[in-house]
Design a protein around this ligand. Structure first.
Ligand SMILES: [Zn+2]
Length: 470
């Protein structure tokens, strides 16, 4: 048996003075509650509070970080039980899926996925041996036995993880029935929704015209007209607020914004719902909608998040067989300075508005994002996202953004995950890396220790709560 060890000094600097400072800072933040203002967990888990079924359904099938790497090494998604669009046969035996994963656990060496999985095995399931071909069956049986117990149901885990608030992300077309059920249940856990309008804002989204028609039916507004369409958004945003939403989220291919006059907007909208948009029209429509969403945010107080720069569904064969969110989204170079200018010219100085910017293009941090957020009152920098939600990615972010934007134009950490069990691990990594970064500044006499002691809980908890108005 190979032991599974979580070293108490993991992720800290190996330099003794910095390590000692980081330990002291981490002691202040390790037990703070988790604020998770952006993510993709399934609200049904907390509404129904049914047990998770088995280790593979929990750790492998829903986690594109896991299966994309297995896929890159020749494992077919069918072998991992990922459902096909044509309902063709895929592996149904959870134990066989788990064995394929365990046999290839070495593929995750050096990746954040490995850190998150080991943390969950050790801290959530009390496992003390490393996952391998040899231990695969034992760990599978142990995890499944745990999942059958009441203390491993979703609500119990939420409480055990010390989560203060957890945001999910829904389309405007979602009836939010699970959120309503959670609220009606009297459970004290706080699960809130987020308004993510891409399906009715992006003319290139699957089924866009039908989605806009459905938005009209849901809201009783005439979404065949530009004015009715905007009114429908206002109504739906107000409804999302009743289900706890404090923010919106926009996953556009670029950060392009626009500020067109109303006749140009009407003409673009007609083309979009008529299915007659060119790629340039679609981009212009999405761009205009970011500015419209900013206008609505000034009215209703929802914080705006922009997650641009992902080339979605990059692998057309995989998309045809399995659909979206299957690990084939790839980062693109992203411009912010020119792209955001129309929105900023209109609303960049509005004190009521907060726009949180994310990037998959790290070269933009010191060149564009930190200078923008270090000036415009509406702008804040989101934490490292997706491929960069990693120890090295977090350090690069602090190193590249802090000198120009400071700490207070950042918003703490987002786990942004579908993998519920990884939430404590992800927050722990972020807390450790921030303590490591602060410890270095103190050791180099660029920051006093009392200031670092004040900053550590801000980065771990308070900034997220404040920025997202939670
Ligand atoms: Zn997200």
């Amino acid at each position: 048996m190979i032991p599974l060890i979580l070293d108490p000094d993991r992720l800290f600097s190996s330099e003794p003075r910095q390590r000692e400072l980081a330990r002291a800072l981490y002691a202040k933040v390790k037990d703070l509650p988790i604020v998770s203002p952006h993510g993709h967990t399934d609200p049904q888990w907390f509404a129904d509070n049914a047990p998770f079924t088995n280790a593979s359904a929990l750790f492998i099938t829903p986690d594109h970080y896991v299966f994309r790497l297995l896929y890159s090494q020749g494992v077919r998604l069918e072998e991992l039980g990922i459902p096909r669009r044509d309902s063709g046969p895929v592996e149904q035996d959870a134990r066989r899926i788990w064995r394929i994963f365990a046999e290839r656990y070495a593929l995750f060496r050096g990746t954040p996925t490995r850190l998150w999985l080991d943390h969950a095995f050790h801290q959530v399931f009390g496992i003390r041996e490393r996952l391998s071909t040899e231990s695969a069956d034992r760990l599978f049986d142990h995890i499944n036995a745990c999942l059958a117990r009441p203390e491993f149901r979703p609500r119990a885990l939420y409480e055990r993880f010390n989560i203060e608030v957890l945001a999910t992300t829904e389309s405007p077309l979602d009836p939010l029935a699970h959120h309503a059920k959670i609220r009606a249940s009297g459970w004290k856990g706080r699960v809130v929704t987020t308004y993510r309008p891409d399906p009715v804002v992006d003319p290139e989204f699957d089924g866009f015209a039908a989605n806009v028609a459905q938005l009209g039916e849901i809201t009783g507004e005439d979404t065949r007209s530009w004015r009715g369409y905007l009114a429908a958004h206002r109504k739906r945003r107000a409804f999302f607020k009743t289900m706890g939403a404090t923010s919106t989220d926009h996953g556009h291919p670029t950060a392009q914004t626009a500020d067109l006059d109303s006749s140009a907007c009407e003409a673009l909208f007609e083309k979009a719902v008529g299915g007659r948009t060119s790629p340039d029209d679609a981009e212009a429509f999405r761009a205009q909608m970011l500015t419209e969403m900013a206008r609505m945010s000034i009215e209703d107080g929802l914080v705006m998040q922009i997650h641009p720069g992902s080339s979605r569904n990059h692998n057309p064969q995989l998309f045809a067989s399995f659909g979206r969110d299957k690990g084939a989204d790839i980062p693109m170079r992203t411009d912010y300075v020119r792209a955001l200018k129309p929105l900023l010219d209109r609303f960049g100085n509005a004190r009521e508005l907060t726009v949180i910017l994310f990037t998959l293009d790290e070269t933009a941090y010191s060149r564009e994002l930190a200078p923008l957020a270090g000036h415009y009152p509406v702008l804040k920098l989101g934490p490292p996202w997706w491929f960069h939600d990693s120890p090295e990615g977090m350090l690069r972010f602090r190193e590249q953004a802090t000198e120009t934007a400071g700490f207070y134009n950042t918003v703490g950490f987002n786990d942004d995950t579908r993998a519920f069990l990884s939430i404590p691990a992800r927050h722990d990594v972020a807390r450790r890396i921030d303590c490591r970064f602060l410890a270095r500044l103190v050791a180099e006499h660029r920051l006093e220790e009392d200031e670092a002691q004040e900053l550590a809980p801000e980065l771990a908890h308070h900034l997220a709560k404040n920025a997202y108005r939670l």
